[in-house]
Design a protein around this ligand. Structure first.
Ligand SMILES: NC(=O)c1ccc[n+]([C@@H]2O[C@H](COP(=O)([O-])OP(=O)(O)OC[C@H]3O[C@@H](n4cnc5c(N)ncnc54)[C@H](O)[C@@H]3O)[C@@H](O)[C@H]2O)c1
Ligand SMILES: [Zn+2]
Length: 360
């Protein structure tokens, strides 16, 4: 088991990573939480697969409540938020209680927001069960729900007591969910860590096949990278923007092609191709690095029909993305694999051209 410390003063906490580490959960939980009311927020699918593993590790002398929310993004709603509050209130959960988020990013965001707000805040433990949640969403304290007018618009920062990421839980994930998580992992390689990128070049196929040792390594390195960024920019004032590499293009694709079931991480992989193309077009990125980057991304199979690409619609979408500043689209690009730069777009024609890469 590895431990990564997220140092945020009073709000500091560790991330534990490994595979087959659940036999240590009880001991760690008892170190960080001495209260006697624990509520698990999860969904039925995850709980059926892995609930037993968690339940066996909970202390015997505490009150335990399991709260189920629907599968998928619809769980991040006002309705489900109220559902969770109601169950906690009906079971008389107090200020000293603990919420365990047991699921992917959806459960983590909802349960985290509950923990930030229920009785003005109770303790939280994140037990992420998807690759995306283990490498990204469980780290950094961002929690929240969706508003009918947009995603993730209602939320709060809430740091957990600890994060517990066991790669073994990922064996039951669909391939598309592995791809989504890998999109974020590849992103860390591109913007922050050249040796992670090189490791991916050598081991991407093993990761796609859910090789446990490979996933464990990727989770640990990714958690370190995200933790470093969060430590330098806890409240998202600037540096956290680097995590948007591929996302400005990706969000446009995600919004435009949600009907073809393009998932977030998959859209980010396509978005990173566009970002590489853009960087090449403005002579920021050398041809050799560009080709190397593209070659890695092309090894992740994404079910996307390039014939449906509507470049004008995509560029219009980019202009309304929240990362637009003073009327200009702001991009994260790389000048070399492992080194990011920030860039303001002067010529939207270049955005158009960058999307064209998806047609080749
Ligand atoms: N807070 C943040 O910083 C942050 C960062 C990135 C993304 N997010 C949010 O995360 C969410 C996406 O998270 P996600 O990709 O984990 O999706 P998700 O939570 O919907 O999980 C994906 C699917 O996998 C299932 N699942 C979960 N664990 C499983 C397991 N071990 N075996 C089999 N199936 C399992 C889920 O039930 C679901 O059907 C989005 O709502 C996004 O906004 C938040
Ligand atoms: Zn993302």
């Amino acid at each position: 088991m590895q431990r990564i410390d997220v140092n945020l003063g009073e709000q500091s906490y560790p991330i534990f990573t490994g595979s087959g580490i659940f036999n240590q959960f009880n001991r760690i939980l008892r170190t960080y939480y001495q209260g006697d009311q624990i509520a698990i927020v999860t969904n039925e699918k995850i709980f059926a697969l892995h609930g037993q593993t968690l339940m066996e590790q909970l202390p015997e002398d505490v009150q335990i409540l399991t709260i189920f929310v629907p599968d998928g993004e619809k769980a991040k709603s006002f309705e489900q938020l109220q559902n969770v509050y109601t169950q906690l209130l009906e079971s008389h959960y107090e200020r000293s209680s603990l919420i365990i988020a047991f699921g992917g990013g959806v459960v983590g965001d909802l349960a985290g927001f509950v923990a930030a707000t229920y009785l003005r805040g109770v303790a939280l433990v994140q037990v992420p069960t998807t690759l995306l949640a283990q490498v990204d969403s469980s780290i950094g304290g961002k929690t929240g729900i969706n508003h009918p007018l947009g995603k993730n618009l209602i939320g709060a920062f809430k740091q957990p007591l600890f994060v517990f990421s066991d790669a073994k839980l990922l064996q039951t994930l669909d391939d598309s969910e592995i791809r989504c998580g890998l999109g974020e992992v590849i992103k860390y390689g591109f913007v922050l860590n050249r040796s992670l990128f090189e490791y991916l070049e050598a081991n991407l196929d093993k990761a796609l096949q859910k090789d446990e040792a490979t996933l464990r390594h990727l989770i640990t390195v990714s958690a370190q990278e995200k933790a470093k960024v969060v430590m330098q920019d806890e409240k998202e004032a600037g540096l956290r923007m680097v995590l948007n590499f591929g996302h400005t293009f990706g969000h446009a694709l995600e919004a435009e092609y949600h009907f073809s079931r393009l998932k977030h991480g998959e859209a980010v992989i396509l978005g990173m191709k566009c970002a590489l193309e853009y960087a090449r077009l403005i002579d920021l990125l050398a041809q050799e690095e560009y080709e190397r980057g593209l070659a890695l991304l092309n090894r992740v199979p994404i079910p996307f029909e390039s014939a449906v690409l509507d470049v004008d619609a995509l560029v219009t979408r980019m202009a309304v993305d929240k990362k637009v500043k003073q009327g200009k689209v702001r991009l994260v690009l790389i000048k070399r694999i492992g080194e990011y730069v920030f860039h303001s777009v002067d010529n939207t024609n270049l955005l158009r051209q960058a999307f064209e890469i998806l047609k080749s």
